[in-house]
Write a protein that binds this ligand. Sequence first.
Ligand code: 13P
Length: 257
Amino acid sequence: MNKATRKAIIAGNWKMNKTRPEAKALLEELKGMVADIKTVEIVACVPFTNLETALAATEGTNIKIGAENCHFEKSGAFTGEISADMLAEMGVEYVVLGHSERRQYFAETDETVNKRTKAALAAGLKPIVCVGELLWERECNITEEVIARQIKLDFFGISADDLKKCVIAYEPVWAIGTGKTATADQAEEVCAFIRAQLAKLYGAEVAEAITIQYGGSMNAANAAELVSKTNVDGGLIGGASLKAADFTTIIKAAENG
Ligand code: 13P
């Protein structure tokens, strides 16, 4: 298996943006623009409040819907939280887990990312698990150590069959929302390292089958070069996913990538 046989996935992470009418308008616009795309999986990960609207707006289309987080318990006294089962029951297909903003602002740890990933898989969701180093860690030359540790911990106890249902997003924290994109070579280097780590843990065949995305200031102008790299199988896009035309350009770049 190689890049040509792996699933290219372009996912938008809307973060805390869009009211329901705004969400509907964006998806209606996007729907028409990407209707003829067949070789790229298109995903919109939206705030919980937009899920029902998003699912209705994209029904019968080639746009899949994801959430931006889920809790690891099945139910119970966890005020303000949403379980994986609640998402699956709605028809949600993907869920972003371990995003650096969750790690940074909401005390998310590798242990809870691991628990959330297991809960999402048990509910039948496809987790998009985010890993990435801080600027300070890159400057100290420990990017590979940081990533290796995250991969080991976030996927601890997850079988090869379950791993194949996961997507990994390499998001260098210093590149998120900063306009500072990793160069295509930097993205390739770490995505290849992630695949090598997976090969050590799960064997080469499993590692070769996993979709690894790049995320961090990916936009209409730089997407083509990033997704042309051997180990970059798509993108997790924040800001540029909020504009239908820009998001479509990125999707089209992945079609040719
Ligand atoms: P930006 O594309 O806005 O940098 O965000 C990237 C990201 O965090 C996607 O999850």
